[in-house]
Design a protein around this ligand. Structure first.
Ligand SMILES: Cc1cc2nc3c(=O)[nH]c(=O)nc-3n(C[C@H](O)[C@H](O)[C@H](O)COP(=O)(O)OP(=O)(O)OC[C@H]3O[C@@H](n4cnc5c(N)ncnc54)[C@H](O)[C@@H]3O)c2cc1C
Length: 455
């Protein structure tokens, strides 16, 4: 065999697998194949000036490369079983939490020391939420911030490059089962290994589907989350964000009984474009460095859509809605809450005259022409519910950017070791459909490494 272990994908899942494998057994021959660039070469060409929209690079620097989709993220590591994935269903709640804490220790060791760990434990907001028909989920969140997250990744790479062999700009095209192991094929070569860890994240979801189809690995799917990103003056949420940083709050709508939840809260942050295969959606960032902070806080309000038979393409549904906003607005649409509830589009003058300065240049428009009624009604209901615990949320000038879509990979059938129906073939991280977050994906990498080495 060329290698003891081949890891496909150098996102958090792949990185933490490589870290733990080489730590536990320095003699192991480990190779990591990554479709994208090394961290230092990752750069999106969209500068908002010369290049305004996606030019479809052969490898998207936002989603691919060392650090995976999380490299330029806000670096929020949520230590919880309440959201971020269902890893605990496979490995147990206590173990999942232990691994997430272990990942946090590693992040601290490699440059994260000094960053803040927030927690909902004992928070007075739990009671306030319940009194207003809202539900605050339990979590501790380490906020590295986009800047420190990058430093941690740089340091981890410095350490790992001496211990594992990295093949960048080398997408794996296929995986074949052979006697006693696996053979992976790239464009120019093929390599063999005894054990193979697949950690290809969201960007590798279509490829993962093909691998499962070819190898007849069972899968199941059917969820997509659709909503908007809310931006308001930081003061409106400061009592919550100062204490908790990120609060995950769930609301069950009276009209339809749908669940709407807050997601990815960025105090004093900025709203940003996200590009998924050429479709522009919205996301948010924030920085630890006060010099980079803004006067606004942003967070997503998302409604989960689960489909039943015969419809199977939940991600296609989400993509179509995002495409509609791109068709009307040329990208992301922004609308004042006051305009939305009065049934009129926002225009440049209304946005200009608002008492809030948008942090993302988006096209003023009408989100009611984009989002399905049921989803939009749920979002409006939740904004009024949030207004009770954070007065000002339902102000006319609150900005809504659309659309925000969270795509989910189909769930691959694996056992408690995260091993597929093939012995020695492990599927982890967001590519497995089991995790949807930095901490869960990283923890799945540690879990699999320990299973491989300790057996
Ligand atoms: C803008 C943004 C902000 C985010 N912010 C947060 C946050 O604050 N907190 C949080 O918990 N989560 C956040 N997330 C989600 C988080 O980044 C992911 O959950 C996490 O990165 C998943 O890790 P992973 O290793 O499973 O996959 P990924 O990070 O997606 O990594 C997979 C890697 O595999 C590579 N790959 C794919 N196919 C192949 C192939 N065939 N051959 C070789 N390599 C391949 C890809 O290039 C990629 O680098 C954010 C995501 C985005 C896009």
């Amino acid at each position: 065999m060329d290698f003891d272990v081949i890891i496909i994908g150098a996102g958090p899942g792949g990185i933490f697998s490589a870290y733990e494998l080489t730590r536990l057994d320095p003699k192991l021959k480990v190779a990591v194949f990554e479709a994208g660039h090394p961290l230092a070469k990752r750069s999106c060409p969209i500068d908002g000036d010369r290049i305004k929209s996606c030019i479809h690079c052969s490898s998207c620097s936002i989603m691919s490369g060392f650090g995976g989709a999380g490299a330029f993220s806000d670096g929020k590591y949520n230590i919880t079983n309440d959201f971020g994935g269902t890893l605990y269903e496979y490995i147990g709640k206590a173990r999942a939490l232990e691994l997430m804490r272990y990942v946090d220790d590693i992040n601290m060791k490699y440059g994260g020391r000094g960053t803040k760990l927030y927690t909902t434990a004992g928070s007075k907001f739990k009671k306030l939420c319940i009194q207003n028909d809202l539900h605050l989920l339990d979590a501790s969140v380490r906020h590295l911030g986009t800047d420190i997250n990058y430093v941690v990744l740089e340091n981890l790479y410095e350490e790992l490059k001496e211990k594992a062999l990295f093949f960048f700009d080398t997408p794996v095209e296929s995986v074949a089962v052979m006697e006693g192991g696996y053979r992976i094929h790239t464009k120019d070569a093929s390599y063999t290994c005894e054990k193979c860890v697949i950690s290809v994240g969201r960007s590798g979801s279509k490829w993962m589907e093909a691998v499962c189809r070819d190898l007849k690995i069972p899968t199941r799917s059917n969820r997509v989350d659709i909503g908007v990103r809310v931006e308001l003056p930081a003061e409106v949420f400061s009592h919550l964000t100062d204490e908790l940083y990120e609060s995950k709050i769930v609301y069950c709508t009276r009209q339809y009984g749908d669940r709407v939840r807050t997601f990815c809260m960025n105090p004093k942050g900025a709203v940003v474009n996200e590009n998924t295969g050429g479709i522009v959606t919205v996301n948010g960032h924030s920085y630890e460095d006060p010099a980079k902070q803004t006067g606004n806080t942003n967070f997503a309000l998302l409604v989960a859509k689960h489909f039943s038979e015969p419809f199977k393409d939940s991600n296609g549904y989400g993509e179509s809605i995002a495409r509609l906003s791109n068709m009307l607005g040329g990208g992301v649409i922004v609308q004042r809450f006051g305009d939305l509830i009065r049934g009129r589009r926002s225009n440049p003058v209304r946005i200009e005259e608002a008492f809030i300065t948008p942090t993302l240049k988006a096209t003023p428009g009408d989100l009611s022409l984009v989002l399905p009624k049921r989803i939009l009604d749920g979002i409006i209901e939740m904004i009024y519910a949030l207004d009770k615990i954070a007065p000002g949320t339902a102000n006319d000038d609150t900005l809504l950017y659309g659309v925000e879509v969270k795509f989910y990979n189909m769930e691959v059938q694996v056992d408690e070791r995260l091993q597929s129906c093939y012995q020695g073939l492990y599927i982890i991280g967001d590519g497995s459909g089991i995790t949807h977050s930095l901490s869960h994906a990283s923890a799945s990498g540690i879990h699999v490494a320990r299973n491989i080495v300790i057996n």
